[in-house]
Design a protein around this ligand. Structure first.
Ligand code: GRF
Length: 191
């Protein structure tokens, strides 16, 4: 990834599908002096609750429905181009982007996942880890490839699973660490 030139921050889009706590956290981080990114656009594939953070922070937002994946991706690409977006953070975005889409942003799309990858790709990671009597779970920031949760790992954090852990309590521990490692991974990429 190219280094920052002068004080200009990298124009970034965040893609979401849900509540947007990582979006909220990234917006907060992006406003700090040390942040190499600024957030200029939020993309969602539905009326996601997290879109409110775009509204509160006067960030442009666009909902693109995925009735037809190719059409949807082309619409997103047009919007990204229009807004001169250089970098993409996926934050709870539930659609898998195609190879053709990713090619346009090689090594410039990253994702956060609530497990210690390569373990527990996909959904319901905390529940599956508890059911399998794992001793730890975690969270991972990685580059996006067209295979689900499989790109090169940038940063990850292990999280211990307690004896009486529930899905809810583990999810809570994981999201807390996500909010630490996502900005840290971005700093690692650009520094
Ligand atoms: C997070 O657990 C993230 O790792 C996963 O989806 C969840 C999104 O949460 N990809 P939020 O919408 O950022 O609160």
């Amino acid at each position: 990834m190219a280094k920052l030139i002068g004080n200009k921050k990298v124009r970034t889009a965040v893609f979401i599908s849900g509540r947007g706590s990582n979006l909220k956290n990234l917006i907060k981080f992006s406003k700090t002096k040390k942040s190499p990114i600024e957030i200029n656009l939020v993309i969602s594939d539905k009326e996601a609750a997290g879109l409110k953070y775009a509204l509160h922070n006067k960030i442009k937002k666009k909902i693109i429905y995925f009735k037809n994946k190719k059409d949807a991706e082309n619409k997103i690409l047009d919007k990204l181009k229009k807004e001169n977006i250089e970098f993409i953070c996926l934050a709870g975005f539930l659609k898998i982007l195609s190879k053709a889409f990713i090619k346009n942003f090689k090594k410039k799309i990253i994702n956060i996942h609530p497990s210690y990858l390569p373990k527990y790709k996909g959904l319901n990671t905390s529940l599956r880890a508890i059911e399998n009597k794992e001793r730890f779970s975690g969270c991972t920031v990685h580059y996006v490839s067209s295979k689900l949760d499989s790109g090169k790992i940038i940063l990850q954090k292990k999280i211990q699973i307690a004896k009486n852990e529930t899905e809810k309590s583990l999810d809570k521990k994981v999201i807390k660490q996500e909010h630490k490692i996502y900005p840290a991974a971005i700093l690692k990429i650009f520094n």
